[in-house]
Design a protein around this ligand. Structure first.
Ligand code: HGY
Ligand code: MN
Ligand code: MN
Length: 416
């Protein structure tokens, strides 16, 4: 297959402007974004993205999970498309680049193909997956998971947000229930460009992460049952303190992660106290333990230890304890051929690069179940993400988009 010329680059300024325009929708309070899935802001971001894709001459398809697909035709109508995408939804205190960089770089690849009059045998499909973050509706990567057959649509539609609103109702409310059967589309290949969300590339002074794997994850939702009581008048020896049990369990999770170094992380990001009143000991505490490792056996050992020790900790305090796994994916090995295409593109373009295991989960993890898939990563400042201060340079953004451009058009087979 003809390799793209090393002078074939995206328009990095146009990409940056597109990112900054999207960042105006669902602004955060500290320079980032709060464009949570299926909110009005998500709906607005979808419409803006759709308008840009229309201008680029792409044809839109939407499936019943609200996944958006924009097709640039290839010369061979029977050839399966090369998909390139990520997600436009953000964390409540998210950055401007997590997910968005991948969707809008996919658009930039198509825009650059149009500018350069590049034709490919395989069509190209730019993709926005619904609810990658799992912040409002757990689990993460929900819609790409339904697409890959990991979750049923019924399960997904019934997922509730903290206010008790159902995913299916909210998708309908913002008007993005498509008519395509989710998962009916077949892919020749899938590429996702994403910020690293960790410190390695910046620390190693590398432009490009050639992502070979993604670590696996468990989300374990614990429900602890104590006894609501007055925080002032209840003697210490009469307390059934679910909050204390939670803190000891979180300490235990920290210990399990530390004793499994290197290559393991564990922590808690979300806790809900009920009734969450300053002078009432909580009757119920619900929190999600997030553990990850690139090593499947280690990940499952960590889960087993945490699920064995947590009830003992709770029991010692007279607190009830139940747990439900609400999110999981095994460590992923990306497609070696596509990984090589990314590495060769970085070489050809003169960008420094290194192999990388993704610390965060991505829609590519589920895409890899149904098609050859891989990722391209760029550094982010201080390795910071899921924080409004998340930041990248225009140069970093452009370099990764150049590599994505080359890997995508090479895989889609340029037609002279
Ligand atoms: O949780 C993750 O790794 C991703 O940000 N959804
Ligand atoms: Mn992401
Ligand atoms: Mn994220």
């Amino acid at each position: 297959m003809a390799a793209p010329g090393e002078n074939m680059r995206v328009n990095a300024d146009r990409l940056w402007d597109t990112l900054m325009d999207m960042a105006k929708i669902g602004p955060g309070i500290a320079g980032g974004n709060n464009r949570q899935t299926l909110t009005d802001e998500d709906g607005e971001g979808r419409k803006l993205f759709q308008s840009w894709c229309d201008q680029a001459g792409l044809t839109m398809g939407v499936d019943t999970m609200g996944n958006m697909f924009f097709t640039r035709p290839g010369t061979d109508p029977d050839a399966l498309p090369v998909y390139v995408g990520s997600h436009l939804d953000t964390q409540p205190t998210g950055g401007k680049f997590d997910g968005v960089l991948g969707v809008l770089s996919g658009l930039e690849v198509v825009r650059s193909m149009n500018d350069l009059g590049i034709k490919t045998r395989h069509p190209i499909v730019v993709t926005n997956w619904t609810n990658e973050e799992g912040a409002r509706f757990a689990p993460a990567m929900l819609a790409s998971g339904v697409f890959a057959g990991v979750h049923s649509q019924e399960f997904a539609y019934a997922r509730k947000d903290p206010e008790g609103k159902a995913f299916g109702d909210e998708l309908k409310r913002i008007g993005w229930v498509g008519d395509e059967e989710v998962g009916a589309r077949k892919m020749h290949a899938y590429f996702e460009y994403h910020i690293e969300q960790g410190p390695i590339l910046e620390a190693e002074n590398k432009d490009i992460g050639v992502v070979t794997h993604c670590q696996g994850l468990w989300w374990l939702e614990f429900t602890l049952t104590g006894r609501e009581a007055h925080t002032g008048s209840t003697p210490m020896n009469m307390r059934v303190n679910a909050g204390l049990a939670m803190s000891r369990i979180i300490e235990m999770v920290q210990g399990v992660a530390m004793e499994n170094q290197p290559g393991a992380v564990g922590g808690v990001g979300q806790v809900v106290f009920s009734p969450n009143s300053r002078n009432v000991l909580p009757g119920k505490v619900v929190f999600t333990v997030d553990i990850r490792s690139p090593d499947k056996a280690k990940l499952d050992r960590m889960r087993a230890k945490i699920e064995a020790e947590a009830p003992e900790i709770a029991d010692a305090l007279g607190v009830g304890c139940s747990v439900e796994a609400i999110g999981h994916f095994e460590p992923v090995t990306f497609d070696p051929k596509l990984v090589t295409a990314v590495r060769n593109a970085a070489e050809r373009l003169g960008y420094s690069h290194m192999n990388l295991i993704s610390g965060a989960g991505h829609d590519a993890c589920w895409a890899a179940k149904v098609a050859p898939a891989t990722m391209v990563m760029c550094p982010c400042v201080g390795g910071l993400s899921h924080n409004e201060a998340e930041d990248i340079s225009k140069e970093w953004a452009g370099a990764g988009a150049d590599v994505l451009f080359h890997a995508v058009v090479e895989t889609a087979e340029i037609v002279e």
